[in-house]
Unconditional design. Structure first.
Length: 318
């Protein structure tokens, strides 16, 4: 008996630098699925993807961002206006602050949902069937998958299970610029399971949707055990190693402030801080290092972005 088929919808993986935890997941998913297709929502044509053994389907990303983008967006939006229940959400956000931003969010959500539903219809017409559709983030495209399952799966065929992960900015509406994420209620009440990466995220959903508590599960992100313990520094320097994107949510400024406090209270201590990862705050963090730590017994090394395989090798050999 053949194993089921999986469609995994990512933001960009295997393109770009993000979503590195997908690598470990794919190793485990391959044990359960013979047929795994990756569908990134965004890709950069002039940059090669990371090497993967799974099929990569770019039809949705091309429809959303390609040369005919405007035509696809307008067509999908018009169809979405009569296909999805949006009026209640529109009335709700009109009475909120940030009205314009939230109306834009609703419009984006509607056309993305319909565009993804159309992608699934095209996949089905080409003979492609998926037993599980797994969204790596809580995104509007889920509403399109739910509509496809309800409207387009032929009688007698097995409908796909639809699940998603919940992380941070995709989960907590208050983190959005207008405090609103489009089609959230439609998605949450229709999806089969949401796997949160934290207990806090799971409880957030349970408190918001107590009647759906059994749909929300805890499934933390992880990596494969590399099978070694990193070597300890040979000198007396206090060595600190951190790894993350340089973005506000990682709060890297707190490491700099902590080193500042440490050296103020213990001026005889020598510190080496190595950070792996890049991002929008790189220059700002450099400036903070110069302001707080310049001229003191501290060495700061920003290594930049590393692929996961290079990162593991650095942990082993550094």
């Amino acid at each position: 008996m053949s194993k089921p088929a999986l469609l995994m919808v990512t933001t960009g993986f295997p393109y770009g630098q993000g979503e590195s935890f997908v690598v470990a997941e794919l190793a485990h998913l391959a044990e359960q699925f013979d047929d795994i297709t990756l569908a990134p929502c965004v890709f950069t044509p002039d940059k090669p993807p990371r090497p993967v053994s799974q099929q990569v389907e770019l039809a949705y990303a091309r429809a959303r961002w390609g040369a005919a983008r405007l035509m696809h967006v307008l067509g999908s939006l018009l169809r979405a206006l009569w296909r999805y229940p949006w009026l209640g959400e529109a009335m709700s956000i009109i009475g909120r602050p940030h009205r314009l931003e939230n109306v834009k969010e609703l419009v984006r959500s509607l056309y993305r949902a319909r565009l993804f539903e159309q992608f699934l219809e095209q996949q089905q017409a080409a003979g492609k069937r998926y037993d599980l559709i797994y969204f790596y983030w809580l995104v509007p495209e889920i509403a399109g998958a739910l509509s496809f399952r309800r409207r387009s799966v032929p009688p007698g065929d097995r409908a796909p299970t639809i699940v998603a992960r919940g992380h941070g900015g995709d989960l907590y509406e208050e983190l959005r610029p207008g405090g609103y994420a489009g089609l959230t209620d439609l998605i949450t009440t229709g999806i089969d399971q949401i796997f949160c990466i934290s207990e806090h995220g799971k409880n957030y959903l349970i408190n918001k949707y107590p009647g759906l508590a059994t749909r929300f599960q805890l499934a933390r992100l992880g990596v494969v055990d590399p099978g070694f313990i990193s070597p300890q520094p040979a000198d007396d320097t206090l060595s600190i190693l951190s790894c993350s994107f340089m973005v506000p949510g990682k709060r890297l400024h707190l490491i700099i402030e902590a080193i500042d406090v440490l050296l103020t209270e213990n001026p005889e201590v020598a510190v080496r801080w190595t950070h792996i990862g890049d991002g929008e705050l790189h220059d700002q963090l450099r400036q903070q290092v110069a302001r707080l730590l310049g001229g003191r017994r501290v060495e700061v090394i920003f290594k930049g972005y590393m692929r996961q395989s290079d990162l593991v090798a650095y942990y082993r050999d550094a």
